[in-house]
Design a protein around this ligand. Structure first.
Ligand SMILES: Cc1cc2nc3c(=O)[nH]c(=O)nc-3n(C[C@H](O)[C@H](O)[C@H](O)COP(=O)(O)OP(=O)(O)OC[C@H]3O[C@@H](n4cnc5c(N)ncnc54)[C@H](O)[C@@H]3O)c2cc1C
Length: 524
């Protein structure tokens, strides 16, 4: 048995960032991770062949690079080996008609590509980019503040003071809009609209879902203004740097150490019991970086003492699942729409708003989509160090998929458990890519397929393959994430806190929930 000030359940990047800050404040911290490797959704491993390094989940580290945690600890992280690979050609879409559109961090390049679709859209884009710094101040303040009535009032007051009532209402309207509403009233080109709308599909914002417009807006403006960053050598650069900070400050990280129970006495969390039977004591805090249903359903066997909280945690809604296909390649895909696409970090294959809406609806109905949205990541176009010389890795994210398969929208695959159908579905995905990049199959040296259930096996927070650990729809975001009354990383059990993607401000690699909680507990 060991004694700590704070014990962390799981070594996701939020827990690591929280532990690093607290350890530097003098707290004795202990992190217990069930897997052999730390990082959760942020890991880089040789899934296919030796020398080919694949990002298991997150590949785009722009949120981490732009985070408050990175701003405060850039030097410490760098000293522990953190290195980014900057991306100039950020994201693009290839279309079935043989055309493509993409956003690079060079405004002239993006605007001239856009003008080929619509000169009016190119002028709109320039206007939006010019206005972005003023808009970003408020949106980033909102996303980077604790979700309390006081913080919200401060953000609203600042917004009103800087933009006046009508400007403030415009920002509020953007936050409530669906991707389609914003895109259709802002751009006239269907190609431009589809390229930007795909960012909503990285979360669970199909084009017609209220509250989703802000994601295409922020991603496209931020990529235009700042570019994108990947991890040099792999996304796990942030994990090893965070772990280095924790251990240098005296923190302990144990792997292969599944937490079976959070111990509670007199309404106060006192520590953890591991699956091995070992007990560890925490005098100030137990911080669980887990899915809400696991907290209420498993880690607190007698419940939290508050039935409303327990029910909310058990009913926490997850987004549809993701399949990941990792390929080791002889060469990058030869994109039919244009050789320039080989330079982009992401090539989206999501032809139209209607196709995306249909895909989402099919997944929600339990059907294997006939045409899933594909995010084709080309990390070695940016960072060749991830593969042997001249070779490449491809990171294919397949959105949106049901956790339980009830049917096939294409009527070809007999519904069964994911273990039985994942290879057949991966073939459908490769067929789709092949239509946009003929000859891809001939370049494949090795492949590894993770179904939604494989993702959950690797990381139980990815319930049903939900890569964002919980729907971000309005009813489960802001003051309602993970549930009303608990957006401040608190629980009904004293000293027990929840962190991670399921909590405010949600998924992504921004370490925001972990860092805000750390500052709440240990001071700035
Ligand atoms: C396929 C995929 C692609 C993504 N792409 C991007 C991207 O490009 N950019 C981006 O910003 N974000 C991306 N995301 C989202 C982002 O990676 C996650 O939102 C974020 O990493 C979640 O971090 P977390 O701190 O919540 O913990 P997680 O990463 O979920 O880690 C939680 C850890 O806790 C451990 N754990 C759980 N229960 C226990 C227990 N009982 N005992 C011990 N350990 C336990 C798990 O094993 C895991 O290691 C992606 C996610 C996925 C899955």
């Amino acid at each position: 048995m060991s004694e700590f000030d704070a014990i962390f359940v799981g070594a996701g990047h939020n827990s690591l960032a929280c532990a690093a800050h607290l350890a530097l404040k003098g707290w004795k911290t202990g992190i217990f991770e069930r897997n052999a490797t730390i990082g959760g959704a942020v890991q880089t491993r040789e899934f296919t062949l030796p020398g080919f390094r694949h990002d298991f989940g997150a590949m785009n580290l722009s949120l981490f690079a732009g985070s408050a945690f990175h701003r405060k600890y850039a030097n410490e992280l760098k000293a522990k080996g953190l290195e980014f690979a900057p991306v100039a050609d950020c994201f693009a879409s290839a279309f079935p008609d043989g055309r493509w559109f993409g956003v690079s961090n060079d405004l002239e390049k993006t605007a001239s590509r856009m003008a080929a679709f619509s000169p009016a859209d190119a002028a709109t884009w320039r206007r939006l980019v010019a206005a972005f710094p003023a808009e970003a101040e408020h949106l980033f303040r909102l996303l980077g503040s604790p979700m309390s009535a006081r913080a919200l009032a401060g953000t609203a007051w600042n917004l009103w003071r800087k933009k006046g009532m009508s400007g403030a209402l415009d920002t509020g309207r953007l936050l409530l809009s669906s991707p389609r509403a914003w895109l259709e009233e802002t751009f006239e080109s269907a190609h431009v609209r589809a390229t930007l709308a795909t960012w909503g599909m990285h979360l669970d914002f199909a084009p017609d879902i209220a509250g989703g417009a802000v994601f295409p807006y922020l991603e496209s403006m931020a990529n235009q203004s700042f570019g994108m960053v990947l991890g040099k050598g792999g996304a796990d650069t942030i994990i090893s740097a965070l772990a280095g900070m924790v251990t240098s400050a005296g923190g302990k990280i144990a792997t292969g150490a599944e937490v079976a129970e959070i111990t509670v006495s007199g309404g106060r969390a006192t520590g953890v019991r591991l699956a091995s039977g070992d007990f560890h004591v925490a005098s100030k805090a137990v911080i669980a970086g887990v899915a809400p249903s696991a907290l209420a359903g498993k880690l607190l066997p007698s419940g939290s003492g508050n039935a409303g909280f327990d029910t909310a945690m058990l009913k926490f809604r997850h987004a549809p699942g993701t399949m990941m296909i990792h390929l080791a390649l002889d060469d990058l895909p030869d994109w039919r729409a244009g050789a320039e696409l080989r330079q982009f970090a992401y090539v989206h294959l999501s032809p139209s708003l209607d196709a995306m809406s249909r895909t989402y609806q099919q997944a929600m109905a339990g059907l294997l989509p006939d045409e899933p949205v594909l995010v084709v990541g080309q990390p070695t176009a940016v960072d060749p160090s991830r593969a042997p010389q001249g070779k490449h890795v491809l990171w294919v994210q397949v959105r949106m998929l049901p956790a339980e398969i009830l049917g096939d929208a294409a009527g070809k695959i007999t519904p069964a458990h994911w273990d039985q159908v994942k290879e057949a579905y991966a073939e459908r995905v490769l067929d789709i890519i092949e239509t946009y990049a003929p000859g891809l199959r001939a370049k494949i040296l090795g492949r590894a397929v993770f179904s939604p259930l494989d993702l959950e096996r690797e990381n139980p927070n990815l319930v049903g393959g939900d890569q964002v650990c919980g729907s971000h729809h309005l009813a489960q975001n802001f003051l309602f994430r993970p549930a009303r009354g608990y957006a401040g990383w608190n629980t009904p059990v004293a000293n027990l806190h929840l962190t991670g993607a399921a909590t405010w401000p949600g998924a992504g690699t921004g370490a925001a929930s972990g860092f805000m909680l750390a500052q709440q507990l240990g001071g700035r």
